[in-house]
Design a protein around this ligand. Structure first.
Ligand code: UD1
Ligand code: UDP
Length: 378
């Protein structure tokens, strides 16, 4: 029997970070399956950084990114490109993770061609289709037709059941973000950030619903924080989106304890998180990673599809009101009891073995035996 062909699709930085453990795990079983890696190129430099960190080479890169691209442009270009690839290959399964437009079109292209789709990081939900935008739509849409739903947590599995997904297609695997972070934290030994006696506060913000005024409020709260707390340094790796950079540069430049930096590659970013005292973020991935290192997180969003961190007390939703962000961050940095209550190393998102479970389940679905090293819940 010919080996099945599995097409893994990535497009953005978080797609690549969370798909990398699955791709590397499938490649470990090259005697039983062929793994084809397709990049849509929705991101360019930020995607390549991650592929380089994990030494993953793409078979194809559609290279669709343009400056200031619209959602419709990403959707049409990636859908057409992926459809052409599927028409030229004999894919037995397509795999993609999360909720980006690349993931949505990878799913849609597979659906149109009747190729089974495996959704990694399935079942995350907020209660409004408009937030996060357009990610909530993207993940709900692929949930309609995926053949395999790999839910990172019990809560995400429950969300899928509540939305009518057949329960024999849902598997709780843990989030592959934790596999990636464990891998990086173990393999790198260099101290990235300058040894500085100051406490480090990391800020990342890029979400569409925060563009403009909300991001301005976030940045103003951070500047006020640096001015009010003399022993901190704010480090802000700026997403490459020009709209985001414009706001952050105009609000946060010209302060000797604010570092606006280019997005470091994944390994260095993880070192930065490990070195940090407090994280302010609207990122999905960073919400998952920071608890692994016991770092308190203030989530710069009105709602989150990752409530597990909030429930376990390591994260707090603060939205984008400047006064509230300032109060919460200031309180944590000046009240050790409040800080200690949040600074607990506890990851509600996985144990670092999600990719093994996913590899086992994908190959089993394709009728191929492989070792079940990791335990999982169904
Ligand atoms: C995308 C995802 C979002 C994810 C985020 C991770 C969608 C709709 N959005 O949002 O879910 O949280 O990635 O970062 O799928 N750019 C560069 N170089 C790069 C990457 C981006 O210059 O390597 C600039 C370009 O001008 C590009 C813009 O950033 O047009 C926005 O990129 P886009 O993928 O459309 O949106 P993100 O905000 O990155
Ligand atoms: N990240 C990185 N460099 C940075 C900022 C983030 O490597 O400068 C990593 C981070 O560790 C996480 C992922 O990028 O794994 C999150 O990506 P992003 O915040 O862009 O997207 P989201 O997770 O919100 O979709």
């Amino acid at each position: 029997m010919a080996k099945p062909q599995i097409v893994c699709v990535v497009g953005t930085r978080p797609d690549a970070i969370k798909s990398a453990p699955v791709i590397l795990e499938l490649q470990r079983f090259a005697d039983r399956c062929d793994t084809v890696v397709v990049a849509t190129g929705q991101h360019r430099e930020m995607l390549q950084q991650v592929l380089d960190s994990f030494s993953i080479e793409c078979n194809t890169n559609l290279d669709v990114m343009t400056q200031g691209q619209s959602l419709a442009q990403i959707t049409t270009r990636t859908l057409e490109g992926l459809d052409k690839i599927l028409s030229e290959t004999t894919a037995n399964m397509v795999v993609a993770q999360g909720d980006t437009t690349t993931t949505f079109t990878a799913g849609l292209a597979s659906f149109y061609r009747h190729v089974p789709f495996a959704h990694v990081e399935a079942g995350l939900r907020t209660d409004t289709i408009w937030n996060p935008f357009p990610e909530e739509f993207n993940r709900r849409a692929v949930g309609l037709f995926a053949a395999l739903h790999f839910a990172p947590t019990l809560l995400s599995a429950q969300n899928l059941i509540l939305s009518g997904v057949p329960d024999d297609t849902i598997f709780v695997t843990g989030n592959t973000a934790i596999d990636a972070v464990v891998d990086m934290a173990e393999r790198s030994d260099h101290e990235w950030y300058p040894k500085d006696p100051l406490r480090i506060v990391v800020l990342t913000t890029h979400r569409r619903e925060n563009w403009g005024h909300p991001q301005q409020e976030i940045a103003r709260a951070c500047r006020r924080l640096v001015e009010a707390v003399p022993n901190i340094r704010l480090v802000c790796p700026m997403h490459r989106n020009p709209a985001v950079r414009e706001t952050l540069s105009s609000e946060l430049s010209h302060h000797d304890r604010i570092d606006l930096i280019e997005p470091p590659e994944y390994e260095s970013f993880i070192k930065l998180i490990q070195r940090a005292d407090l994280i302010l973020t609207d990122s999905g991935g960073v919400q998952e990673e920071a608890p692994s290192f016991g770092k308190p997180i203030l989530v710069l969003r009105e709602t989150t599809e990752r409530p597990e961190g909030v429930h376990s007390g390591v994260a707090k939703l603060v939205g984008h009101n400047a006064d509230l962000i300032f109060e919460e961050a200031h309180g944590l940095l000046t009240d050790p009891i409040r800080y200690q209550a949040m600074a607990r190393s506890h990851s509600p998102y996985g144990d670092g073995r999600a990719a093994q479970r996913i590899r086992y389940l994908i190959l089993r679905h394709l009728g191929v035996e492989s070792p079940a090293e990791a335990m999982w819940e169904h």
